[in-house]
Design a protein. Sequence first.
Lengths: 481, 128
Amino acid sequence: MKTDILVIGSGAGGALTAALLAEQGFGVTMLEEGPRLIPAAFTPSITEMMRKMYRKGGITPIIGRPNIALAEGRCVGGGTEINSAIYRRAPEDVIERWQKDFDIKDFSIGSLLPLYKRIEKDISVTPASPNIASEILKAGADKLGWKGLYAPRAQKDCVDANMCATGCPTGAKQSMSVTYIPRALNAGAKLLPDCKAVRIETKNKRGIGIFARDSKNDSPKPFFIKADYIFVCGGSIQTPGLLQRSNIKRNIGKSFCLHPTIKVAAKFKEELNLHEKAFPTYQVKEFSPAISFGGAVFSPSYAALVLKNINGNFQELMRYWRHIALYYTMAVSSGKGKITQLPLTKDSVMARYSLSRGDRKNISEGVAKLSELLLTAGAEEVYPDIHGHPPIRTIKECRYYNDNLIPFDRANIYTIHIFSSCPMGEIKEKCAVDSFGKIHEFENIYLNDASVLPDAPGVNPQGSIMAIAMRNAEQFIANYK
Amino acid sequence: MPSYPEIQNSDVRQISEYTTLFIEAEIRDMDIFLRLPCLAMLKVFHFLPIITYGRPYKVLTSDKQKEYVSKWEDSKFRVIRDFIKLFRYLTILSFYDHPLVQKAIGVDRGRYREDSIFRRLELIKAIG
């Protein structure tokens, strides 16, 4: 099989890359490891959809001290099919830092702004519908004088199905499968779902093509796809995994960043019934970039996972599940993790990150401040997601963690934002790809996903991933012509 | 079986089987560097009570099982705490996600359908 452009991965970076290149007349083939699912296949069952849409059934932890829970999307559309669709532009100071610290050419808020605007139009980035969980967070923040904002979402006519994490059944969430992938296909691109990229074949500093195999039937026999240009868009963990399997290793997988996060549940006097509402979008930014707060997706299962940890009667508390809201406090990682393709395995890729002292301090302070905000907003009790932790009922109890660390050996830390495993820029000592995503030593292999973000942006990353992917794809088109 | 919600006897077996199948499938799909330690810990978990209680975990009384699990949750060894945390996570997630449990607590899973069936059909036609 032969193609002009092979795009590996169909998430936020890959789908956009495929669409733009196909629309310019290139012969594009998209390879996606996961299945293509139609909206009729989506159900509200988390356990069912984890097995269909998530890598390894949703169990893909980042190993470290402590281990950090992570769920990766593995389907056509990638992570955009299971995320909240909250969309943020990278802050101006982050863009300036990236340009300066990584020496990225032609990179500024001025150059990215038109791209952000085009993407926002393409995927209908609009203010989200009202949500009581957001109103609670805002009420508490307002009383404390803390600033925040309503983050917009990529959505059209959301009906509050509350199935963002299990696949939007109405297409309201503007994930890649309803936006850029149809565009790519309409422009003549081919999509090969259930195909895993095993290894990139290279010769004389050029990628010749890739060996791939059928991932649905776990066939061991690979087939070869010859390509003139290869865009690797498999995400922050799978992209370095593939490159390392292909013996492309310089600065690959050595600078992994994330937003470590912990949930805090709160019980209110009145019924909230948040299982019937879509994702809350209010975010408190008073302590950004180090710490921010927001609302977490709600279901009785997710509530139970937090409440089971409290030092008390979990079963009795679950009777009040309709009175419960879930929130998160998120930090920006100050350390660097590693991504390693494990030797002697077919495709096992291990992500490692251990919380730094700074991370621990920020998360602890985040728990303190979020708990205080929720009590201020009227919560009767607050429950940080820490095994054996008693309910927090007073401001004094909250403030304990302003100066003390939470017990991280008992805390359930997770993340939904990962990036920077193959950073872009002209500083060859630390950058894996150049200013426009081309791997430094290779003529025709590009990365165009979250792995090229220089470091943690401190906000939901989808907007930045797509803006950079658009920028890099258009540069490729300009160079080609 | 968690005490909330109250589950009818006729449904207990179905929910238990679903939870067991879900956990087995999750373990099967784990990366090898997780799966092998997990399977090893599972064997230890099941047979270690023979030393303390004289019989394996599966045939302990409900109270003894809770006591035993609690000891693992509070273990000073991180690997033991992480193992039991994972299993509790999978058990509770699958239990409260089961349609019969959700029905018992009053969740309407088909809620969105009335609002959106027309739009879904249009969407399917549009993207194929």
